[in-house]
Design a protein around this ligand. Structure first.
Ligand code: HEC
Ligand code: HEC
Ligand code: HEC
Ligand code: HEC
Length: 332
């Protein structure tokens, strides 16, 4: 009896195991370089459903810009199309609170709620991503759900770290954000406060540190600190996409673009895009947010990185088309 029970339990385990999607591996690079790509659809971060698009609305009839008082970005849509976009936005960003997350229900035209002011800029940012960065998102495209996934605040955002993680930069004991496993740098002990440097527009944001000679000819070549910082951002990218370094690089030469995979070029465009999102859209929103949305250490605005969209997948949401059904979020 017990033996039969054990057998039954074992069998059901096997059945459950069989039903789970298989881990897939493929070779994506040069023979003998172990440029193998592993994808694991069982990872809970990866198993995400994309909500079905709402049925199209007629484009005829009066425009939202004519009928409503305070429509500054989506004014060219018909009232029916505008309402459809509002309904979709609600499902993507505030399914629990509904329209009132951004609207004072009595006065839809009012800009009193910061969430509405931020959202208007978010609409422009989404249009910017889809129209200016086809080199990166072309194909799937993005909408609010790509980052928000039904939540008011996207799950993966970053803030600057303050002195508590780093120590005082100008005094003894500066830790440079390292020597402790950083969740954002794949639990390595590399510096974990590297995002301002690489992911905002500034003069010091090149991750290119490899020298092409055995002995660096100039003391101006990047040193060990720069190398540590670049490896930290690289670990972050690998983690964000759920891939190895060899998804983008041939380990024979991390520097050589000729020997890198096409994904590295895509990543290069993604890097430029993220810098623009942070510097042109998200950082300037700082004054729009209430204090509880700002960074816990230095009060900076919440910012985006690769993980904000990718969430552990090579293509966010498994490459699901996020934009064809919402053309108003794609134009300039
Ligand atoms: C996540 C924020 C957000 C949610 C949720 C939201 N809206 Fe809006 N709504 C906006 C923004 C931003 C504008 C201004 C758009 C523009 O300037 O182009 C707007 C404008 C409007 C306007 C125009 C008001 C006027 O007179 O100027 C109406 C009507 C409207 N929304 C209805 C709705 C309805 C109905 C819902 C729920 C189904 C909803 N909204 C949910 C952000 C939101
Ligand atoms: C590239 C990723 C990304 C996309 C796409 C995106 N957002 Fe955001 N959104 C953010 C980030 C980052 C924040 C800042 C998080 C915070 O408020 O703490 C944010 C904040 C917000 C907030 C403020 C939430 C709060 O409670 O403070 C609203 C509302 C919002 N977004 C609406 C939208 C709408 C509407 C769209 C689509 C038109 C959209 N977002 C598209 C990344 C994104
Ligand atoms: C998603 C693609 C991608 C992944 C994954 C990735 N890299 Fe990179 N890597 C790049 C890009 C793009 C650059 C150039 C960055 C720049 O333009 O500043 C780069 C630059 C580098 C450089 C500097 C090369 C030079 O020119 O000096 C090194 C070293 C490097 N990566 C190592 C790694 C390591 C180690 C990993 C794994 C932990 C990794 N990379 C994962 C895309 C990637
Ligand atoms: C605004 C959202 C967003 C952000 C932020 C973002 N990506 Fe992407 N990325 C996408 C989308 C969408 C695709 C899929 C495009 C397509 O359909 O081919 C993609 C595709 C890619 C691909 C190609 C995948 C493949 O298998 O073809 C790479 C590599 C990549 N992203 C790297 C990055 C890196 C590195 C960063 C951060 C520097 C980044 N992405 C930031 C949205 C984003």
């Amino acid at each position: 009896m017990t033996r039969r029970l054990i057998l039954l339990v074992c069998a059901s385990f096997v059945m459950v195991a069989c039903e789970r999607p298989p881990i897939e591996t493929s070779q994506n690079g040069y023979r003998g370089t172990a440029m193998v790509d592993v994808s694991n659809p069982r990872d809970p971060m990866v198993a995400m459903e994309y909500p079905a698009a709402l049925p199209a609305a007629p484009s005829s009839g009066p425009k939202a810009g004519e009928v409503y008082e305070n429509v500054q970005v989506l004014g060219d849509l018909s009232v029916a199309e505008f309402t459809r976009v509002m309904t979709a936005i609600t499902a993507w960003v505030s399914p629990e609170q509904g329209c009132n997350y951004c609207h004072n229900g009595a006065e839809f035209a009012s800009d009193d709620m910061y969430t509405k002011v931020v959202s208007r800029r978010m609409i422009e940012m989404t249009q910017h991503i889809n129209s200016e960065y086809e080199s990166h998102v072309g194909g799937a495209g993005v909408n609010c759900y790509t980052c928000h996934r039904g939540k008011n605040v996207p799950e993966y955002i970053w803030f600057e770290q303050g002195d508590s993680a780093n120590g005082n930069k100008y005094f003894m004991g500066w830790r440079n954000g390292q020597n402790r496993p950083g969740a954002d740098v794949a639990l390595t002990s590399l510096p974990s406060d590297v995002f301002v440097q690489y992911l905002t527009a500034n003069d010091n944001n090149s991750a290119r540190v490899a020298s092409d000679t055995a002995h660096s000819p100039s003391p101006k070549e990047p040193g060990i600190t720069a190398a540590e910082h670049s490896f930290a951002i690289m670990a972050n990218w690998s983690q964000s996409l759920g891939v190895n370094c060899t998804y983008c690089h041939n380990s024979a030469s991390f520097q050589s673009w000729e020997q890198s995979t096409p994904a590295r070029t895509k990543a290069h465009h993604g890097l430029n895009m993220v810098r623009s999102l942070n510097s042109d859209y998200l950082i300037p929103l700082e004054s729009a947010y209430p204090a509880n949305r700002l960074g816990p250490e230095i009060g900076d605005a919440p910012k985006a990185y690769c993980l904000t969209c990718h969430q552990g997948q090579k293509k966010p949401l498994g490459g699901a088309d996020a934009i064809t059904a919402y053309p108003s979020l794609a134009k300039n």
